[in-house]
Every structure is written in structure tokens, then in C-alpha cells.
Design a protein around this ligand. Structure first.
Ligand code: GLC
Ligand code: CA
Length: 597
């Protein structure tokens, strides 16, 4: 019996060695209990979260199991085999905690309870177990810069000036006059302070007036957050994406915004004096005790990015930046489209600079879509019927061949596109609705705003997932909370399953291909033919292998001046059946080549 066990054990070891993966899915993520990651061998600093493809699910829009028009946890449970079939490693779920949904779950009223519309804690436990059973890790969303105004802490805090929870939030007593200027990103009048009569004081809210900012200066607040994190980690959750985590520290004297920020409030909010101290404390007290991944939403510059993620800083694993997704809008505008469009050279420049910055230290991330961005196809590819499939595959190729952990947004694997609402009444997002009100109030150009929203609005990527050609795309048997994109009749999972060349099957193949080729994960990145305005070309090199990625971002033929002899290159992957060895690329053609030594 012993020797049989030993034999099985050695077979497992052999299989594990044959499939290079840094660490395996722990059944319990407490650090002391996990198996040591596979030895680094030729690649220093290997980590499972560097090798992962992350799939982001917006739970409200994925699958409704009970016909109320809102996606839910049981809906995700029903679709676990689909998720597994994608070949992804980690699922990031947008907030699933109790919330009055002023900002779709980014306003939490109880951090330890599941949102009623999404289900129960029992559903959650089943979901987590179902993911782990399939070797998928689960990352949740930590929204700790602010809570909901319906959180018990705030309900207490606003009662009286001497309430024990008073200092859980930022208050300004009205007898001191109007508080120093702070802007709100979502408030309909743009003011970051809100007057609250019961205590004759103002409270601070960087986002909507139903999202008061928590006071991290108060050690009790920090301990509440750490204890809540432990609660979820002890359940087996594998990590957190941390919402606007760079905003948590505020100078309680609320000084005026310094001139060096040029009126950029986001940048100013992200530069609070004690932000790194707090994150280091969180790391020391909680994160370091578990084998989990952490990713900060932090629109900061490159230098500060390193301060958040370099291993010796003991803060987070990764952050995501906004330089790429910010291209093509008029500066400091409400995402008004620049009529000049965006230039591929600027796009390349951003991703190349961020790669270079992390070449030696830290680790990079890459994304083109998420719940705050429009559909990547409409924004960076082409949603015209003739280019939809190829350009969607082109963008997938870009995302899965960068030296960075890719964050891939649900529905992008189908080539879903922006819904492009004509009327403000169709929008559900507080950002679009309140920006509209502000522009209207100021007598601004509403037509220009609505046109830009067709490209830029967040609701474009929040429309229900398209499962099949039945009513409401198979998302719900009821009335969907947000309209379904009418193109669901042709763009849906059922149709794409049947087609070996669909964007869906392309994504599946490429996710596996990336994993089987560590050169695509860890290999050195070098931009080729930098000034080319049509083709994005780069090499990836590791252990004597050299791959060349060619991406034609235009709807016409183009070629790149790579300097390599392509006639001897081997085609490893591509979105067209053929690659012309003279290097000419078809519209939106993407190809991965192996260059011979
Ligand atoms: C982050 C979230 C966004 C939310 C905001 C306020 O940017 O990604 O969806 O509206 O924070 O929590
Ligand atoms: Ca539901």
C-alpha cells in the first residue's frame, strides 16, 4: 500500500514538474499551511499571481438565477464550468457585499454580509468551494476608502459629536465656516463636503454623497478593516483588489490643493501623507500572514507605483495604472472624446514605459477593459461588423503577450461591444447621470457629452453577459436591470462555442498558450519599429527563445520594419489563417512568430 501511494505521489510530482506553475492552489491559504512554491530554477521571483490570467466578473451582469433581472452568486455557480473552460486562473468579483447600490456595490453597508440581491453567505461558500475545486482562485473587491452612508458606523457617527463612531469619518464643524474646497467625482453639484444637520457639520465624500470617506487616521478604523480582511481570508478567499487604495490617507487639516497638481484632484487625493504607512501596516498585520494576491487600483505615476508594489516595500503585489485607458480624451474633461483620436505611438509609448519601469523590480499589470471602462472592442479595436472578430482577437493577443498580469474583463472574450445609448434615461450609472446634471446646470454641451458617452460611459461594459440568442441573451427570465445589447442575437456564447475560430475559442487557446510558454509571461520585452503608426511590434525573449509579436491596429493592410528575416520565422499563433512572409499584415492582423536563432 505504501509503495502504491509513493508511486502515485511520484507520478503527481512528475506531472507537476512537467507543467510549470509557480505554486499550486492551496486548499487553505494560511501561509504556514501552504506547500512551498516550485523552485525558481531559471526564472527568479516566480509567483503564481504573476503567471495568472485574471478574469473579472461584474456579478450584477453575469447571470441571473432567479428572474429578478439582477445577476447573482447562484448564477455564477451555474456557470462555473464555463469559467473553468476559459483556462483562466483567478476570478476577480466586483463588490458582493451588502449595499444600497448607489454605486453598484462600491458603497458597502456591511463588509461581512452578502448583498441581498446577490444571495447569501451559504451561496458564497458554495461559490468559493466550487472555484477551488476547479483550481480557480477567487479575489474580492475591498472598498475601504469609503463606506455607504447606510453603514452602521456612519449611522452612529452622524448622531452626535461625541458618539464613539464619530471619528470613523471625516467631519468639519459648521461653526468653523465653509470647509476647505474638496471636489467629489460623482456628486451632482461636484462638492466633496455634504452638510449634515443633526450635528451641524459637513462630512467628506470623494465619491457620491452616499459614500462618506472613512477616517484612516483613526487606528480603530484600520483595525476594523484588518479584522474584516482576516474574516474573508480565513474563509479561503485568495486576494483582494483594492478600490482607490491610494486615497485612504488625508491630511486632517485639509490644506488647499498644492499648485504642483495643476488642479488634478485625483492625483492630489492619491498623494496623502500616510498612505504607504497604512498599507505597510495592513501588510504586516494581515497580508503577510496569507498566501494571497493584492492589486491596488491606484492611478499613480511610475515612481509611486514602485512604492506600492516593490517586494522590499512590503505593501501590495500589483497596482493598475490609468495612463493607457486615459488616452484619447480631452484633458481634465468628463471623458470627452478628443476629435483628433488617439495615436498608436502614444499607446505603445505608455505600455513600453510601464514595462521598462518594472523590468528589474516590481511587477506590471495590463488591462484594456473593466467595469469603469467602455468595451475594449469599441474603444481600442473596431466594432464594425467586418472587423469585430479580428480586432477583438488582436486586442486579446496584445493583453496575453505582455510582461504583466493580464486582467481580462468578462464578455471581452466574446467580442462584446458598447451599447451606445442615445438617451440619458437609459443610463443607470451614477457617474453618467450626475455628470449630465452638472453639464446641464452649467449650460454645457450636452450633445457632445452624450456622443462621448457612447464611447466612454461605464454602462457600456456593464450590460448583461450574452449567453445565447433567447430573450435577454439568456441572462435573465425577468427584466434586466440594464438593457441587453441588441447584438446578442449573433454575439453570444452558444454561437461562439460552435465556431472553432470565434473570439471565445481564440481567447481559450491563447490563455493556454501563454501558460505553456513562460517566455510570454517573464520574457524580456523590446519594442520594435517604435515610430510605426499602424503596427505595434515587440519581441519577447527568455532562455534562448525569441518571439516576435506583430499587431496591426488599423483597418487596412500595413507592415512593420522589424529588421528580422521573417521568411524563416515560424508562425505560432494568429488571428488569420495565413501570414504573408513578406511581413504584410492584413487589417487588424495579429501574429506571434518564433524567430530562429
Ligand atoms: C473605483 C471603482 C469604481 C467606483 C469608485 C468608487 O474607481 O472601480 O467603480 O465607482 O472606485 O468606489
Ligand atoms: Ca437575481
Amino acid at each position: 500500500m505504501r509503495s502504491v501511494n509513493f508511486l502515485i505521489f511520484s507520478i503527481i510530482l512528475t506531472i507537476a514538474a512537467a507543467f510549470p506553475a509557480a505554486g499550486q492552489k492551496p486548499s487553505n491559504n494560511k501561509k504556514q499551511n501552504t506547500r512551498k512554491p516550485a523552485p525558481a530554477e531559471t526564472i527568479p521571483g516566480r509567483k503564481w499571481w504573476k503567471e495568472a490570467v485574471v478574469y473579472q466578473i461584474y456579478p450584477r451582469s453575469f447571470k441571473d438565477s432567479n428572474g429578478d433581472g439582477v445577476g447573482d452568486l447562484r448564477g455564477i455557480i451555474q456557470k462555473l464550468d464555463y469559467i473553468k473552460s476559459l483556462g483562466i486562473d483567478v476570478v476577480w468579483l466586483n463588490p458582493i457585499f451588502a449595499s444600497p447600490n448607489d454605486d453598484n456595490g462600491y458603497d458597502i453597508s456591511d463588509y461581512r454580509a452578502i448583498m441581498k440581491e446577490f444571495g447569501t453567505m451559504k451561496d458564497f461558500d458554495e461559490l468559493l468551494a466550487g472555484m477551488h475545486k476547479r483550481g480557480i482562485r477567487l479575489v474580492l473587491d475591498l472598498v475601504a476608502n469609503h463606506s455607504s452612508d447606510e453603514h452602521r458606523w456612519f449611522q452612529e457617527s452622524r448622531k452626535s459629536r461625541d458618539n464613539p463612531y464619530r471619528d470613523y469619518y471625516h467631519w468639519w464643524p459648521a461653526e468653523k465656516g465653509t470647509p476647505p474646497k474638496r471636489v467629489s467625482f460623482f456628486d451632482e453639484n461636484g462638492d466633496g463636503w455634504r452638510y449634515d444637520a443633526p450635528t451641524n457639520s459637513y462630512y467628506l465624500h470623494y465619491f457620491s454623497r452616499k459614500q462618506p470617506d472613512l477616517n484612516w487616521e483613526n487606528p480603530k478604523v484600520r483595525q476594523e478593516i484588518y479584522s474584516m480582511l482576516r474574516f474573508w481570508f480565513d474563509k479561503g478567499v485568495d486576494g483582494f483588489r483594492m478600490d482607490v487604495i491610494h486615497f485612504i490617507s488625508k491630511d486632517p487639516s485639509y490644506p488647499p490643493i498644492p499648485a504642483e497638481f495643476g488642479g488634478d484632484w485625483g492625483k492630489f487625493y492619491g498623494s496623502g501623507p500616510r498612505r504607504h504607512e497604512y498599507i505597510q501596516e495592513m501588510n504586516r498585520e494581515v497580508l503577510s500572514k496569507y498566501d494571497v494576491m493584492t492589486i491596488g487600483e491606484a492611478g499613480v505615476g511610475m515612481q509611486d507605483a514602485h512604492n506600492f508594489v516593490d517586494a522590499d516595500r512590503k505593501e501590495l503585489n500589483m497596482i493598475y495604472h490609468f495612463e493607457g485607458v486615459g488616452l484619447g480624451y480631452l484633458p481634465n474633461s468628463k471623458k470627452i472624446i478628443d476629435p483628433a483620436g488617439w495615436k498608436l505611438t502614444d499607446f505603445k509609448n505608455v505600455y513600453t514605459r510601464w514595462d521598462a519601469s518594472f523590468a528589474e523590480k516590481g511587477w506590471n499589470t495590463v488591462y484594456l477593459g473593466n467595469h469603469d471602462q467602455p468595451r475594449m472592442l469599441t474603444r481600442w479595436g473596431s466594432d464594425a461588423p467586418e472587423w469585430r472578430e479580428v480586432s477583438s482577437k488582436l486586442l486579446t493577443t496584445f493583453l496575453l503577450t505582455q510582461r504583466a498580469t493580464p486582467y481580462y474583463y468578462f464578455g471581452d472574450e466574446l467580442g462584446m461591444s458598447n451599447i451606445k445609448f442615445d438617451r440619458i434615461e437609459d443610463y443607470r450609472d451614477i457617474e453618467s447621470i450626475n455628470w449630465y446634471k452638472q453639464i446641464k446646470e452649467a449650460g454645457g454641451d450636452l450633445r457632445q457629452f452624450l456622443e462621448s458617452q457612447k464611447i466612454a460611459a461605464r454602462d457600456n461594459s456593464r450590460t448583461p453577459f450574452q449567453w445565447d440568442a433567447t430573450t435577454n441573451a439568456g441572462f435573465t427570465s425577468g427584466t434586466p436591470w440594464l438593457k441587453v445589447n441588441p447584438n446578442y442575437k449573433t454575439i453570444n456564447v452558444a454561437a461562439e462555442e460552435k465556431n472553432a475560430n470565434s473570439p471565445l475559442n481564440y481567447f481559450r487557446r491563447l490563455a493556454r498558450f501563454r501558460k505553456a510558454n513562460p517566455v510570454l509571461i517573464y520574457g524580456k520585452y523590446t519594442l520594435v519599429d517604435a515610430p510605426n503608426e499602424s503596427v505595434y511590434a515587440y519581441t519577447r525573449e527568455l532562455d534562448g527563445r525569441k518571439l516576435l509579436v506583430l499587431l496591426n491596429f488599423k483597418d487596412r493592410e500595413a507592415s512593420a520594419d522589424t529588421g528580422f528575416d521573417l521568411s524563416r520565422a515560424k508562425v505560432l499563433f494568429g488571428n488569420y489563417p495565413n501570414f504573408s512572409k513578406d511581413g504584410r499584415l492584413k487589417p487588424y492582423q495579429a501574429v506571434i512568430l518564433e524567430l530562429s536563432k
